[in-house]
Design a protein around this ligand. Structure first.
Ligand code: ZN
Length: 408
């Protein structure tokens, strides 16, 4: 990848993504295979006035070895210095920049139950800390092409070429063109028009129908807004873009009120395992049945991770002809695949969607019908023939999606 292009991308991440302000702390989490990009991002953050940028290096290989070799109780230990770090994050509220470049198969061979247990145990300790900083700090997830990931997306293509092809796809779908700042400004304006219209409808529930068998109703939370693109930090008022790319307009539905069955339209990569051709059936808002042609065990682990893992935290609308779907690629990575077509997410909902959320604690917000869980997993249900009909509180029927795309 050309230096100048990579620098432009790094600046897009720091400026439009995190929107780093003068004097702010930044934490960058990035794989050891992305040293050049990491350096450019660090440089861009300082250019924007960051006080200090700390890098947390990750490695697929080391993570896999650790999960295979270390004992479960050792992996679940949570040392005091990690608690101190959580307190530090709550005090300084650094911008969190995450660069994803993992091999989708990175954790193949790792015991799924063991991995899930470690996450569950660690999250139990981290969650109360995280609740205190939720919505208050800027964060951004963006991607970077690594050889292992590129080989997965482009099997049979020589490694170097595959990496370049993946970079091209990442930059294109991230709107990293001649003037990415302007492109993102326009894109955010378009998303805003759509979510404002949805907010004006006063929707009671949505009905999804597709020839693949999807026939599903989900009820809206009357206290929740629809949102898309950038978000504004609580207290700071700083506008940032948590996902690059982002094509979705989304809301958190009412926890515990959904009926019917949804069929996946793309494979789901969960904790390094692929789940394919699956369906999820809901009764009284909860998952009661799952079927997967591949990855049944992972899917079951997922929906049983905790109480909220069996309920929905997100409904997202993405037209079938999105730039990501138009690449025709399966990225095996949620950041990209979730922005390809319409999706739902099991688990954690977004408390900042509650109108006037600043006035409440996280616990209060969850009591208002936003689903609470340590899990948040998006799965794709959008298809060329997906129709979504909205039913408003005052009994009107409104076409939301027709043949896989916006009906308004
Ligand atoms: Zn989403």
């Amino acid at each position: 990848m050309k230096k100048s292009v990579l620098k432009k991308y790094a600046y897009l991440i720091a400026k439009v993504g995190a929107n780093v302000q003068k004097g702010q702390y930044v934490e960058l989490t990035v794989d050891v295979n992305q040293e050049v990009l990491a350096d450019y991002i660090v440089e861009a953050c300082y250019k924007l006035g960051a006080r200090m940028v700390k890098v947390r290096w990750t490695s697929d290989k080391v993570e896999k070895t650790t999960y295979k070799k270390a004992k479960l109780d050792a992996l679940c230990e949570f040392p005091e210095y990690e608690k101190a770090r959580q307190e530090y994050l709550n005090e300084k509220l650094p911008c969190m920049i995450y660069i994803e470049s993992s091999d989708p198969d990175a954790l193949n061979g790792v015991d799924v139950a063991k991995y899930t247990e470690v996450r569950r145990s660690n999250m139990k300790i981290i969650k109360p800390y995280r609740n205190l900083r939720e919505n208050k700090y800027q964060w951004i997830i963006a991607g970077a092409a690594s050889p292992a990931w590129a080989k997965k997306v482009f099997p049979g293509v020589p490694t170097k070429k595959a990496v370049n092809m993946l970079w091209d796809a990442i930059l294109k779908t991230s709107r990293c063109d001649d003037d990415p700042i302007k492109a993102w400004d326009e894109h955010n304006k378009d998303l805003k028009k759509r979510f404002e219209y949805l907010n004006s409808l006063n929707l009671d529930y949505l009905h999804y129908e597709s020839k693949n068998g999807t026939n599903f109703k989900v009820w809206m939370n009357p206290l929740c807004n629809w949102l898309g693109g950038g978000e504004t930090g609580q207290d700071s008022g700083i506008y940032y873009n948590p996902n690059i790319p982002s094509e979705e307009v989304f809301t958190s539905p009412l926890a515990g009120k959904a009926e019917g069955i949804v069929f996946s339209t793309k494979p789901l990569s969960f904790q390094g395992q692929l789940i394919e051709h699956f369906s999820i059936r809901f009764e009284n808002g909860k998952v009661v049945e799952v079927h997967a042609e591949k990855g049944q065990e992972s899917l079951e682990e997922m929906v049983h991770m905790d109480e909220g893992a069996a309920m929905l935290g997100e409904c997202a609308l993405v037209p079938f002809e999105s730039p990501i779907n138009e690449t025709g690629l399966l990225f095996y990575n949620t950041l990209y695949d979730e922005n390809a077509v319409c999706h739902l997410a099991l688990g954690h909902g977004f408390t900042n969607l509650i109108k006037g959320y600043e006035k409440y604690t996280q616990e209060e917000l969850f009591k208002m019908g936003v689903n609470d869980s340590n899990l948040h997993v998006d799965f794709m249900i959008g298809s060329r023939d997906l129709n979504i009909t909205g039913y408003t509180k005052d009994g009107k029927k409104v076409a939301i999606f027709k043949n896989g795309t916006w009906a308004f």
